[in-house]
Design a binder for this molecule. Sequence first.
Ligand SMILES: [Zn+2]
Length: 268
Amino acid sequence: MSRDITLLHPEVQAIIPKFLDECKKQGLIVKVTDTVRTKAEQDKLYAQGRTEPGNIVTNVKYPYSNHNWGMAFDICRNDGKGAYNDSDGWFAKVGAVAVKLGLEWGGNWKGFVDKPHFELTKYGDTNTLAKKYGTPENFKKTWKEVEKYMFVERNYSYNGKVKSFKVINEKGENYIKLRDAAELLNMKIAYDNNTKITTLDDTLITVNVEVGNKKSTVKAINSGGFNFVKVRDIADFLGFETGCNETNNSVFFKLKNSILDRLKLFRK
Ligand SMILES: [Zn+2]
């Protein structure tokens, strides 16, 4: 029998952590002992107390247990006072928590009472499921992932620029996509498939420069509060060419030929 919660219906999977948390808050330490049951496992369990030794623990054949449909799980207490010790009404307290979260508790059943059993019946009982889907395999094809997290829209600003991002709100903290944070901060983000390392390059930022009606965006390095732009970029933007003057070891700025040609025309 499986203990694997990830085999359960996504909606049951989503409820379990909330259920365990809420129980814990009330001092009830719960352990999930049994989740999905295959046909072979259900057959074996049904034989117990009938054709095999032991006590009868189930009244249903495959596929008429919600465990077969991924809609049920069993628990025990995990506080060291005995896994099924109910002398203090422990199971009823846990059952009340489960019912508040929309689960059905086996302890509330008439006839065959099953205190460690919990199930989600919003898709109908096993007769309904069997009629509608035929097999648990078919039912499984209809399962959709449940969004585990709560997304909220938040505005962030940097250097006067405001951007809105969808962030995950989890236990009072906001989690922003690394890519979004990089975008806001004008950082370059790169992921190396081999090393599995994400690098943020903060050496290059973007600055907007404007002269007259000419506008451009150039890369810059910010140091000591000043933006340092590439000599070649700013020269180009302002209409200059640059070159090396080896006689006095300097870089010279010269108006671009196209501008010189225009000036010549002007003089004529
Ligand atoms: Zn059960």
